[in-house]
Design a binder for this molecule. Structure first.
Ligand code: ADP
Length: 497
């Protein structure tokens, strides 16, 4: 693809100062002195932080500096059992008996407290997860707050939401979440469960337990009755103990397709309810009639902000052949202006990769792209000397059979392919076992509707990307999972109807 000529043309056409990379911004670091970290965090069971019966602790680090932030207790099987029993007792004696409007009041209180502490949570999310402070501040925390507000409102309206049926809680919900949106995923899972009268045992991801543990402190402050929410950090083994516990009525899981399949097998035949939100490989489809600069911003938001650590990331770009050269030139220019570095700096666009293991996975898949014969283009931005970073990258000359076009990469890496007709775009977009999300960029409303009907994806964004709302159900097709989170659909997963 001759996009290099296009880049030169664009540079000549656009005034030099339009190139972000031409500017050196002074650092604008977010302060961290208001954040009080404990040296050690126990397990949160029955409304108290307790020592783990497992006797095991692990260090949690800041992936941007590789420095430890705190020690966290690891829950073993006996700890998970204690948490499930605390949740069961709280459900039977307190939470399940509360008038629904009272449950709503607790959720409203949690939402308000979280809003008041937004800055503390944003900074902590950035330090433990590596995402830019602007993302944590403007996306993760406000959306987490919105989820608590939204579900607070549902608590006493369940009978109206499911008219003619008798909605009842399920009991204890085991919830397992990943590291890419640690606080937001906790809110997505806890808020609807509580609104519906269930109690919760939540397992955060092993690399990002801190915001969930600070949420536990906030629950205390809100006066939430002990045992209604329990938090048990740990890795896969802890998750498996929760999945296999006989007193758990429902498992809600967000994570990899591989682990999702393991869980589905473990739950089969037990009568436990299950929702899975798994991997994705979204196609972002750009037609020739689209507003190209806006599309470029959407592509950037879809895969580079947040380091591509998003299961619905737009990691495949399908661009109509007639504008491919032009679009790729603009994209190339924009990618090279992205600022990669200190996630606490308010100028940073692309922060740290969440862990060394994830960085290795991204490197390995990028190497596979080159080995398969695609052409790799990378921003030549300087990377910090410490911490886990990967430069914004895209591939041209990609075939559908290449691994970079088929496998979830979970990093700032885009696979660019072209199409000539809408049918071909649909064919290529749907041609994977995943079906979580997709994007369509076009000036024509009719084309948007025609495409969205045929795309096998749980969410399709039109002329935008990665927009969320608690009222809008989110979830996948095929190997991206089943069940929906958010809105009225999301409540069904937490109710016996
Ligand atoms: P990711 O690639 O997003 O890290 P994983 O599926 O590995 O996805 O992790 C998502 C969550 O699932 C994490 O909280 C992890 O600890 C947990 N987990 C990993 N293995 C298992 C398992 N066998 N059973 C239950 N939970 C697991």
């Amino acid at each position: 693809m001759q996009f290099a000529d296009g880049v030169e043309r664009l540079r000549a056409e656009r005034p030099r100062l339009e190139f972000g990379a031409a500017w050196d911004y002074a650092p604008a670091p977010e302060a961290t002195d208001h954040l009080r970290l404990d040296g050690r965090y126990g397990l949160y069971i029955g409304g108290r932080f307790v020592e783990p019966k497992s006797g095991r602790w692990f260090a949690t680090i800041n992936p941007a500096t590789e420095e430890p932030l705190a020690e966290v207790a690891e829950a073993g099987e006996a700890d998970v059992d204690a948490a499930v029993r605390a949740a069961e007792s709280a459900q039977r004696r307190v939470w399940g008996r509360l008038p629904a409007a009272e449950r709503g009041k607790y959720l409203f209180r949690i939402a308000r407290l979280l809003q008041e502490k937004a800055r503390e949570f944003a900074v902590l999310e950035t330090m433990n997860g590596g995402k830019p402070i602007t993302e944590a501040r403007d996306v993760d925390v406000p959306l987490a707050v919105a989820h608590f507000f939204h579900h607070a409102g549902w608590a006493d309206k369940l009978a109206d939401a499911f008219a003619g049926r008798a909605p009842r809680p399920l009991g204890v919900c085991g919830q397992i979440i990943p590291w890419n949106f640690p606080l937001l995923m906790a809110a997505w899972k806890i808020a609807p469960a509580l609104a519906c009268g269930n109690t919760v045992v939540l397992k955060p991801a092993e690399t990002t337990p801190l915001t969930a543990l600070h949420l536990a402190k906030l629950f205390d402050e809100a006066g939430l009755p002990p045992g209604v929410v329990n938090i048990v950090p740990g890795a896969g083994e802890t998750g498996a103990s929760l999945v296999n516990h006989p007193r758990v009525a429902k498992i809600a899981f967000t994570g990899s397709t591989e682990v999702g399949k393991l869980i589905q097998r473990a739950v089969a035949g037990t009568g436990k309810r299950l929702t899975l939100e798994l991997g994705g490989k979204a196609a972002n489809i750009v037609f020739a009639d689209a507003a190209l600069d806006q599309a470029v911003e959407g592509i950037i938001r879809g895969i580079y902000f947040n380091q591509g650590h998003v299961c619905c990331a737009g990691s495949r770009l399908l661009v109509e052949e007639s504008i491919a050269e032009d679009l790729i030139a603009r994209l190339d220019w924009r990618i090279r202006s992205l600022r990669v570095g200190d996630p606490l700096d308010k100028n940073t666009d692309v922060g740290a990769i969440n862990s060394r293991a994830q960085l290795e996975k991204i490197r390995e898949l990028a190497r596979a792209g080159v080995d398969d014969g695609a052409v790799m283009h990378q921003s030549d931005c300087a990377l910090p000397g410490k911490g886990y970073f990967f430069p914004p990258t895209y591939f041209t000359g990609v075939a559908q059979s290449h691994r970079i076009a088929r496998e979830e990469i979970f990093g700032p890496v885009l696979a660019v392919m072209t199409f000539r007709t809408p049918d071909e775009a649909i064919e290529k977009a749907n041609n994977l076992p995943y079906g979580l999300s997709a994007g369509v960029w076009t000036d024509k409303g009719a084309k948007i509707f025609a495409m969205t009907r045929r795309l096998r994806a749980g969410v399709v964004w039109a002329n935008t990307f990665n927009k969320f709302d608690p009222a809008s159900p989110f979830g996948g097709y095929k190997e991206s999972g089943f069940g929906r989170e958010g809105g009225r659909h999301g409540l069904e997963a937490y109710l016996e109807l």
